[in-house]
Design a protein around this ligand. Structure first.
Ligand SMILES: Cc1cc2nc3c(=O)[nH]c(=O)nc-3n(C[C@H](O)[C@H](O)[C@H](O)COP(=O)(O)OP(=O)(O)OC[C@H]3O[C@@H](n4cnc5c(N)ncnc54)[C@H](O)[C@@H]3O)c2cc1C
Length: 381
């Protein structure tokens, strides 16, 4: 369906026009918000995503190691919900005119906009990434071609750790090194950090800690102390960034370009915009900005939908009040770590490890997809 056709279908119900909600970005946050809005309101809900399939980003390191994953079509996920789907790219927002312009030349008018454009990993030349399906698939081909050789995974966060262990398990003939500028597992409990180190040792993942990468070359890395770290394949996982659409439009943003929101997830400069997921700087119950994570994007989507429903009903939206519960990390397909955390994300001395943790992590990933069509399932972690 084209944007013009959608605008032409705005209907009148009971003598008043239905409100128009446009959701841009169909990731864990935007797709779930669109589903929730269709159930909670009688607005016309339009979801715009640049691609016709839902991407399970939390499984992209599996794609890189050659495992097929489900990528359901939005047409199937949204079937029967009344949400209109548009495979297009949002290229601009006119906040005064309440209009989103699209790559195909069309435009969508909105009464409320849900901004959910997510994030990506900016990568240096000669490096690979696992932050998009195309990037992960390219890396997978490169790893299969390499057969033997050295892989350097740069970034000691959760994505780097999941990627390095997945590659080491799937490609045992490659030598995998995890390069981090800090100490691996510094933000885990002592037991959690000890477990990830044990698993890295078992899988043959070499650790290069307190090593800051200043350049990626075709044949490896240059470190801040001048040392060379040879590598045939470099995977860059050091940090997510957001696009500049919000900033270009004139929405209030933080230094990283994420939309600033109030406690109800409405833009602090334009309250007819609700921002969720990686593209928003939402604050949890402890007062700090929540991590860019599926574990925060989905609860934000459900709350954002409640906020929109309240605004459309003319009532006062409620604050989000997000609290963390657990961090769940895959360490290959047969091991994992569940790190129980305080509401503010500080680790508690409580972990589940091994096959049990791998099974729980798999169940969480399955549930993250299931919630996309059952938006009332709670998603607190
Ligand atoms: C390998 C990997 C493993 C991860 N593991 C975990 C994990 O275990 N737990 C966890 O909590 N998080 C994990 N994450 C992070 C998690 O995937 C993200 O935080 C989450 O996807 C954010 O959801 P989102 O809806 O904000 O954005 P996204 O999922 O990034 O979705 C944004 C969508 O918007 C679309 N889009 C972007 N720009 C435009 C535009 N201009 N017009 C139209 N559409 C657009 C994109 O194509 C995309 O479909 C992982 C990430 C990676 C890469």
């Amino acid at each position: 369906m084209t944007a013009t056709e959608i605008l032409g279908t705005r209907r009148v119900r009971g003598g008043r026009e239905r409100a128009r909600v446009v959701v841009i970005g169909g990731g864990y946050g935007g797709q779930l918000a669109a589903q929730s809005l269709a159930r909670r309101t009688d607005a016309t809900v339009t979801l715009v995503n640049d691609g016709d399939r839902f991407v399970q980003r939390v499984r992209l390191h599996q794609v890189a190691s050659g495992q097929p994953i489900d990528a359901p079509r939005f047409a199937d996920l949204l079937g029967g919900t009344g949400v209109r789907f548009l495979d297009d790219r949002a290229t601009g927002i006119d906040l005064a005119a309440h209009r989103v312009s699209l790559r195909d030349g069309g435009a969508l008018d909105y009464d409320v906009l849900v901004y959910a454009l997510g994030s990506h990993t900016p990568i240096p030349e000669h490096a690979h990434d696992v932050s998009t399906t195309a990037g992960a698939a390219r890396l997978g081909e490169r790893l299969r071609d390499a057969r033997t050789g050295r892989v350097a995974v740069v970034g000691g966060g959760l994505t780097g750790l999941e990627t390095a262990t997945e590659i080491a398990e799937a490609f045992p003939r490659l030598t995998t090194t995890l390069v981090t500028d800090g100490a691996l597992g510094a933000d885990l409990s002592g037991r959690g950090a000890a477990h990830v180190r044990r698993v890295c040792a078992r899988l043959g993942v070499r650790l290069l800690e307190h090593a800051s990468v200043v350049a990626v070359r075709p044949d490896g890395l240059t470190l801040a102390d001048g040392a060379d770290e040879p590598a045939d394949v470099v995977v860059w996982t050091a940090g997510f960034a957001v696009g500049d659409l919000a900033a270009r439009a004139g929405l209030a943003v933080d230094a990283r370009g994420r939309a600033l929101v109030d406690a109800t997830l409405r833009s602090s400069s334009h309250p007819d915009v609700v921002a969720i997921g990686d593209a928003a700087a939402a604050v949890g119950s402890d007062g700090s900005v929540v991590r860019m994570a599926c574990a925060t994007a989905m609860p934000a989507a459900q709350h954002g939908a409640r906020t929109v429903a309240a605004v459309l009903a003319g009532s006062e939206p409620r604050p989000w009040g997000f609290r963390y519960a657990v961090r769940c990390i895959s360490l290959g397909r047969r091991d994992g770590l569940l790190q129980v955390v305080h509401g503010d994300d500080r680790p508690r001395d409580l972990v589940l490890t091994g096959r049990g943790a791998a099974r729980v992590k798999e169940a969480i990933c399955v549930n993250a997809l299931r919630v996309q069509t059952h938006p009332r399932i709670p998603t607190s972690a």
